[in-house]
Design a binder for this molecule. Structure first.
Ligand SMILES: Cc1cc2nc3c(=O)[nH]c(=O)nc-3n(C[C@H](O)[C@H](O)[C@H](O)COP(=O)(O)OP(=O)(O)OC[C@H]3O[C@@H](n4cnc5c(N)ncnc54)[C@H](O)[C@@H]3O)c2cc1C
Length: 401
């Protein structure tokens, strides 16, 4: 876009990908986003367009038919897409997390089986940790897998699956006591199962039901669902990585890269809010001049733009750290925390700049106002980010006295 949120040091390939995505967002997403969102309609045409652009395989290695791009490229694309409509970035994000977990932790057979079709967007992924009784406290998971011959039998209820209905592959985290003696730490007795299913609602596979969509205040268009397992039989070769007891770590690894992407979404939504605010402030007149000429409004714009810049810089830093092979949990936690809080504040300021019109569904800012809060919760709440940040800081700055 403009002066703000520039990223230095990108390769020609990265710049080309980004400019293609930006063009797609401006032409194919922004003009239809608000109308589709108000109707809570799945953006099929947009998803087909993203498939054609190869976005579903952006980070999947070339040997599996993907583009083999970095986390930074991916995050910058997500930022652009969220600038257009946050829900669309949600459609890609869970897919990306599942593909990443397969790439990092899958057996060779699992990679060969899933990744090429995921790269083409023919299989789309969702991931499921949360349950009705827990979200932050993943170690309290109650869904269970019990071994029965060459299969596992899964029972339990899951909650809040983004793309639960539209996906055909769900990475599900459950407790699997098999092989783990009594008293094993909860996070060492969890396993990720790769559950294939038909897209849609109702009984999508024997023993597996996806009830209808959860009715949400924002983040519409993308489906968020429950998932009910009642005697669901999964073959042992669909344990991610082939070994039980590693699910907690695999999921946390996935969520860590997911956090960079939630930060990127916050950056994108904040940028759009700034664009809307700065435009409106120059069109609306009060007391004989454009409201942008009142210092109070200029100060708001200054604060908004500063937040957009700061969040973008932290998000890029977290992505680059991961790409360099270093541990990035501290940076990802900070970026996610800051970008989501700033996003909410920038959106609120843009809303205030719109005066009463911000309350009207005719104005795009109304949609952003309902979308921003989701970023405060998804991939770990602000409190959870601060716990991660605090713990890591104490590791780094251990008192030596
Ligand atoms: C639209 C949407 C989509 C989602 N998509 C997915 C998905 O695809 N897959 C998935 O698995 N999950 C998904 N989630 C679930 C999401 O990850 C959880 O909602 C989130 O982790 C918070 O969990 P919770 O809602 O159970 O809140 P709780 O964990 O019950 O927390 C409630 C409040 O207590 C605070 N809190 C909790 N523990 C502590 C503590 N130790 N110290 C201080 N404060 C604390 C929290 O910060 C929060 O403010 C989605 C949620 C939403 C809303």
């Amino acid at each position: 876009m403009s002066r703000l949120a520039q990223t230095h040091g990108l390769t020609d390939v990265q710049q080309e990908i980004l400019s293609t995505v930006r063009d797609f967002v401006d032409k194919e997403i922004i003009p239809v986003a608000t109308e589709l969102e108000h109707r809570d309609e799945y953006p099929q045409a947009i998803v087909d367009g993203l498939k054609e652009l190869g976005l579903f395989g952006l980070m999947i290695p070339e040997e599996y038919g993907g583009l083999g791009e970095s986390l930074l490229t991916y995050a910058l694309c997500v930022e652009e897409i969220a600038r257009g409509w946050m829900s669309v970035s949600g459609i890609i994000n869970t897919h990306f997390i599942v593909a990443y977990m397969l790439k990092q932790h899958g057996t060779q057979e699992q990679k060969d089986h899933f990744l090429p079709r995921m790269a083409a967007g023919d299989i789309r992924g969702a991931f499921s940790m949360s349950e009705p009784g827990l979200g932050s406290d993943v170690s309290a998971i109650t869904s269970k897998a019990v071994k029965d011959g060459d299969e596992y039998v899964l029972n339990g209820q899951k909650m809040w699956l983004t793309n639960g209905g539209t996906s055909s592959l769900v990475a599900v985290l459950v407790r699997s006591d098999e092989g783990h003696p009594e008293g094993t730490a909860p996070h060492k007795s969890m396993t990720t199962f790769l559950v294939e299913k038909e897209p849609g609602f109702g009984e999508v596979r024997p023993g597996l039901t996806i009830p209808g969509k959860i009715d949400k205040m924002g983040y519409k268009g993308v489906d968020t669902t429950e998932l009910i397992m009642d005697g669901l039989r999964i073959p042992a070769d669909r344990v991610l990585g082939g070994v039980t007891g590693r699910g907690f770590y695999q999921m946390m690894d996935g969520v860590e890269v997911g956090r960079v992407n939630v930060a990127a979404r916050g950056c994108g939504v904040a940028q759009r809010a700034f664009e809307l605010g700065v435009q409106y402030a120059q069109q609306r007149h009060t007391f004989g001049k454009a409201i942008a000429q009142h210092q109070a409004i200029q100060f708001k714009l200054a604060e908004m733009a500063t937040k957009v810049e700061a969040a973008h810089a932290m998000m890029v830093n977290a992505a680059r750290k991961k790409d360099s092979g270093e541990r990035n949990d501290l940076e990802a936690g900070m970026a996610k925390y800051l970008a989501s809080e700033y996003c909410k504040e920038v959106v609120e300021d843009a809303f205030r700049i719109h005066g009463g019109y911000g309350f009207s569904k005719e104005y795009e800012i109304e949609r952003l106002y309902r979308e921003a809060p989701m970023l405060l919760i998804g991939e770990g709440t602000a409190e959870i980010q601060k716990m991660i940040i605090g713990r890591r800081l104490l590791e780094e700055y251990r008192f030596q006295g």
